[in-house]
Design a protein. Structure first.
Length: 192
């Protein structure tokens, strides 16, 4: 056998250079860069959508808790924005209390998640959603009491067209509607 071939064969197998060429490695890195460039922005959008959905779900759960507690206790229970956690006050629904007004007992108090989330009462809600012992809703206060109202939750970090959720409370039913809050959704005003 020729000496040239004896050095390249070992146990009947040809031993060559193992590994990747520089060109193969560069193509792989370029493909990964393109895939990451497409995936990361979409993934961030999904995260922001989930934060908005979580904040919406927290408020829906609070509305349902207020209704259930009113029926269970056979007393009026209210849901309202709070600044101190124990009394109603303010117009920002970013911190909410479920309380029994006749005894000032706080059933639950929580903050709406997400620093980019703005939650306000609109369509007659103002600063109060109350459920009577029969489970029917009364929104607003004073002369502007109604049997339906809307809480709006908005995120500036979510793409327009999907950046606002309206929690609609009517009689004893709660529903959520997605809508376009526009570019200035953080400046949503209370419409009483």
């Amino acid at each position: 056998m020729d000496k040239r071939h004896r050095g390249n064969r070992r146990g009947g197998r040809r031993v060559g250079n193992a590994g990747f060429s520089l060109v193969e490695l560069m193509v792989t890195v370029a493909v990964l860069a393109v895939l990451l460039g497409l995936a990361v922005p979409n993934f961030q959008g999904v995260i922001q959508q989930n934060r908005l959905t979580a904040a919406t779900n927290e408020l829906v759960a609070a509305v349902q808790l207020a209704r259930a507690e009113a029926i269970r206790r056979n007393r009026e229970v209210e849901l309202c924005p709070t600044e101190n956690g124990s009394t109603c006050g303010g117009s920002s629904w970013s911190r909410v209390a479920v309380r029994v007004p006749s005894s000032s007992e706080v059933v639950r108090e929580f903050g709406v998640t997400g620093s980019d989330i703005t939650a306000v009462g609109s369509n007659k809600v103002g600063n109060r959603i109350a459920f009577r012992p029969n489970g029917l809703v009364r929104v607003g206060s004073g002369a502007s009491i109604a049997t339906s109202g809307t809480l709006s939750i908005c995120s500036m970090k979510v793409a327009q067209g999907q950046n606002t959720r309206d929690i609609q409370v009517a009689v004893s039913r709660v529903s959520v509607v997605k809508r376009d809050g526009g570019a200035a959704c953080a400046q949503v005003k209370i419409n009483d």
